[in-house]
Unconditional design. Structure first.
Lengths: 502, 502
């Protein structure tokens, strides 16, 4: 690993985040919440952190495959650390671990919170909280569509061919091109949703914050009552639509934009399966709610059901209805949706629709092979044949998923947390959903958990968000055996001089 | 599929079971519970059922690969049906579905019960209940070591080389040889355990019934208080030892007997991993119980912990301690053990130690491949290289496992069962454990569930016990497309005559 080159990139990202730390200042001025100096301080601290990394380590051109893992994990870790400062400095969250948890929950677009009442945060800090989601979502799209396929992580190599942008050999230019194209879509969606929500009566501030949280499938709201605060059918349907869009592979959005056609969606098998799951789950829950007479009006039943289904499968975690009152079969469906998650290349978390799809395609192939032993079957996704390596990579993904789930559940319950709270808090963070059940249920929060448990759950958010493999690779001793001592900038300069003199 | 030949085998098995239906009669005479006529009637009915199948369908020599699936599933189904008659006719279980559930729970060595109080059954019927476990256990050993490897089901082909007995090409003789050898071990263990328990003060009846339930990792007891009834440390340690042995691949026992050496155990990687899990889980739970001062005496802590750990991992389901009082981290461990299950080729249920072992070996290999992309790694089990096909077969196993789990949970909760009861009752039956949590917890039973839910759970027991694939194959339309109209015995006779005349 080229430690110096990796740290140089982290430095650049910290500088970029320092710029973003200035964006809440206009809101602070408008709402007069007195946070201007605080955000300036955070930005200066970030600039110093990033600047010193840049000063110490020179960029290295030939960053390779292995460095990718370190860049990805250290970026999220670094951004979460710097991003936690406003929570800590504004005075509303006195524990640094709590601030870090909230920040990690933002950047991983999880949406779990340690806050009992969201309203205690100043407006500008609430805006920062939404911004961490939005930036995290941006990162995820690029990560899953441009970086992970190159690293061959967890079956994502399947999407190598699907990336927009010119194909080049070197890592960095390709990622930059892909990122630029995808971000145009992301920004466009954000603007459209903001405008649509303002038309529904939201303030610019609330609309922007909710658009940030929706497109990132994060789930942080500016109100403790979450999206249910407005009691507006129009607003809820707008949020449903954009959650649904955020759960789709962003390269499909780009191609649909570019071709001005819906064909790219309809031709994509993962998208079709995603819509089928949403449709079937919605119909099933609506019927179950009708059978138990939960709602008197069909319209309310449909709207609340659709909202919960989409909020769960995209792992956004916004709430409008208290589904604890719904019949138990609906909870089995909602919990299953949490595990499915969004499409690959979306901002949604979870296992991903495509992995679930391939999983069951393989089971079907296996059954066919048992019945016709001489038949040679192959798995296809769309028109593409899926190589065995991808399947094995997905098998490995499940193994690591279960391993992390088990280890984290053990650690959290060993700290005295009860069984349901402990296990669902791990599920909620590992799948980047937000709320769990019992003590961390939709109307409760993660604040009362032991501090050490919050650290474990922060790790779960990171591991889940970065598709497990990335974090797991960094935890193997083998990886660190290959790490080189970082080359300081002056050493590199000396070397270059030496080379020039020769 | 050669339907006639398959039904002929089922007929033979029913005749065999009719003989076993006579074995409770001596107990009925001894305890004077008035069940002699009832068991005679059941035996006669069974003889008639089996006899008519034999009369209608002639044996067919060239049964193949595909017929194996039908034989396996229909055997268990047929035996469970015939075996439910004593419960129904004795008058203690007035619902036939309840009787069938109890019988299926016996033959699949699950141990879930619909009985509120076990003692309401006459002694001879209690003996029959234990006998269904014992016969089911016998069936499982042969199924997993002789039949499934030939069918290539769920990675079991790995054990093809491990089977004792001469290797022949035709299916039937090979299975018979293997069965004979393994059953000697099974019967020997049963006798030894019975004698050891009688030495500890149990009556012959109780000792035999508990030996039956232990060796089959079933869990039916002759008392509602289960193995805790005797409050005897000696008896509990005897049960621990034999549960542990029942969770081991029986071909290892055979080889250890034959070689008069412990080497076959120590050289087996699955066995070592099994012992490591039991050891680590026991130490962890003992420490957690100490930290929470659950027990005043270390000896009681160790004994209860060891008992629960072994009862869970082997999916026996006997209870001695109310572990609901234990700290929550111990429950995470115990629930995880339920999923692991026994070794392949044992009578234990669950996913099986070897699958879990290979699962994590593959995850490690995947991580290594990500770090060193050019390295060519292979998975080894012992000294044997594990082919990719086996891994993919295991992936398929997990997919079907999750599919069945999800579908069954949906059905059971849709019938109005609450979430925790519904999901844990599926886990308890699919893994062939016995008790679940909440309404079906260790001190409760399955009796109050809706009748339709009991049918679904009976299916789960069957599917789990037969390694899922077997049942899943029979549920595919493809399989039935290949089924031929059964050839009646007289048609076959006519054909033979025709051939002779030519």
């Amino acid at each position: 690993m080229r430690t110096g080159g990796v740290l140089n990139i982290i430095g650049k990202l910290l500088l970029l985040l320092s710029l973003f730390l200035l964006t809440p200042i206009p809101f602070s001025l408008y709402y007069q919440d007195g946070m201007v100096k605080m955000f300036l301080l955070c930005s200066v601290l970030g600039t110093m952190m990033g600047g010193s990394l840049l000063a110490l380590f020179a960029p290295e051109d030939d960053l390779g495959y292995r460095d990718g893992f370190a860049v990805v994990v250290l970026s999220w870790l670094g951004l979460a650390l710097l991003g936690s400062l406003p929570y800590f400095f504004c005075g509303a969250i006195p524990s640094f671990i709590d601030a870090f948890f909230e920040s990690m929950s933002g950047f991983t677009t999880t949406g779990s919170t340690i806050l009992n009442e969201v309203e205690i945060l100043p407006q500008s800090v609430l805006f920062w909280r939404a911004t961490t989601h939005w930036l995290g979502g941006m990162g995820i799209i690029v990560l899953s569509l441009a970086i992970l396929p190159l690293l061959g992580v967890g079956g994502m190599q399947l999407f190598q061919a699907e990336m927009p942008g010119p194909t080049k050999d070197r890592l960095a230019p390709r990622i930059q091109d892909t990122a630029r194209i995808l971000w145009v879509v992301y920004v466009a969606f954000t603007l459209i949703q903001t405008v649509l929500m303002m038309l529904g009566g939201m303030t610019f501030f609330d609309a922007l914050c909710h658009a940030f949280a929706t497109l990132a499938t994060g789930g942080f709201s500016t109100h403790t009552a979450s999206a249910g605060y407005w009691q507006s059918g129009y607003l809820e349907y707008v949020i449903i639509l954009f959650m649904l869009l955020a759960g789709v592979n962003f390269s499909l959005h780009y191609r649909a934009f570019a071709q001005r056609s819906l064909k790219p969606y309809l031709q994509n098998e993962e998208f079709r399966f995603y819509m089928i799951i949403v449709g079937v789950a919605t119909v099933a829950i609506v019927i179950a709610n009708m059978a138990h007479a939960v709602y008197s009006a069909f319209g309310n039943n449909l709207r609340d059901t659709l909202f919960q289904v989409v909020s769960m499968i995209t792992t956004t975690g916004f709430g409008t209805a208290d589904f604890d009152q719904w019949p138990s079969v609906t909870k089995v469906i909602l919990v299953s949706l949490m595990f499915v998650g969004g499409c690959a290349g979306s901002t949604g978390g979870g296992i991903k629709v495509v992995r679930v799809l391939l999983f069951f395609k393989y089971a079907r192939l296996q059954l066919r092979t048992l019945i016709h032993p001489r038949s040679v079957g192959a798995i296809k996704l769309g028109n593409q044949k899926v190589p065995k390596e991808v399947m094995i990579s997905i098998l490995g993904f499940f193994a690591i998923y279960i391993g992390v789930f088990f280890a984290a559940s053990l650690l959290v319950t060993a700290m005295g947390v009860d069984l349901v709270t402990g296990m669902t808090s791990v599920i909620a963070t590992l799948n980047n959903i937000g709320p769990g059940l019992a003590e961390v249920g939709p109307s409760r929060n993660f604040g009362d958990l032991p501090q050490a448990a919050k650290v474990v759950l922060s790790f779960c958010m990171l591991a889940g968000r970065l598709e497990l493999y990335t974090v797991a690779v960094l935890l193997t001793p083998d990886f660190w055996k290959m790490a080189r001592r970082p080359v300081w900038r002056w050493e590199l300069a000396q070397k270059r001089e030496g080379r020039l003199q020769k």
